[in-house]
Design a binder for this molecule. Sequence first.
Ligand code: COA
Length: 226
Amino acid sequence: MEKMPYRQELDVTLMTVTSTPTPEVTSSDWQAGLPTLRGKQVVLRELRASDAASLFALLTTEEVSRFISPPPNTVEGFERFIAWTIRQRSAGTYACFAVTLQGFDTAIGIFQVRQLDPTFASAEWGFAIGSAFWGTGVFQDGAELVVEFAFETLGVHRLEARAAVQNGRGNGALQKLGAVREAVLRKSFLHNGRYLDQVLYTILDEDWQATRRTTSRSYLSAPSVH
Ligand SMILES: CC(C)(COP(=O)(O)OP(=O)(O)OC[C@H]1O[C@@H](n2cnc3c(N)ncnc32)[C@H](O)[C@@H]1OP(=O)(O)O)[C@@H](O)C(=O)NCCC(=O)NCCS
């Protein structure tokens, strides 16, 4: 999701942002609160207002934001973004997970999934992780949890992702995950005053399930949901 669905310039809702942690959710009613997903290295959980400072520090660097929509440019902007993610999740249109490492609660990145149609049969996902954690397996671990969540909990059938052609790591990460390169969307992403080509990738639920059945890779084991 190179184009973040959140548009800070359009977010004029006045909200009091508190840092009260969202309680862990045990039900599958994700609209009431996102489940906590545990992988080998990472724990994915709902964002909290208190994540704003670390996300601002990690996701606004040049290398992270080079090929994505400009992230909020202040801590307060991230607080508004986080409040927006909670509202969208309650409305049932979108889910955004904070990426944390096992044993630490600091948010080091995000995974987002948004519906492309009202039933969530088609959805688009996107992600950004602090560059200190690139190449460490954090992306792969978190991505498998989110893809599983999309297919098993949201009921997604077709999961799309877009990556600017120039985004080497974004393309590489999606290909490693088995996403199928379907097309090049010519001049589809306006970034810093230039239209960039994007690669459209998809993962289908049946492909994902088939891969799960035929592989013994441990990372494809079902995530634990708490
Ligand atoms: C996209 C992102 C989450 C991936 O996480 P990551 O930890 O960098 O991903 P990984 O290291 O697991 O996978 C990237 C792969 O791309 C490969 N790659 C391909 N082309 C590359 C290039 N030009 N430069 C660097 N790596 C490249 C890497 O070698 C790696 O594969 P390997 O593990 O087989 O060596 C992270 O890079 C990020 O946050 N980027 C900024 C935000 C962003 O662009 N998000 C949108 C992506 S569509």
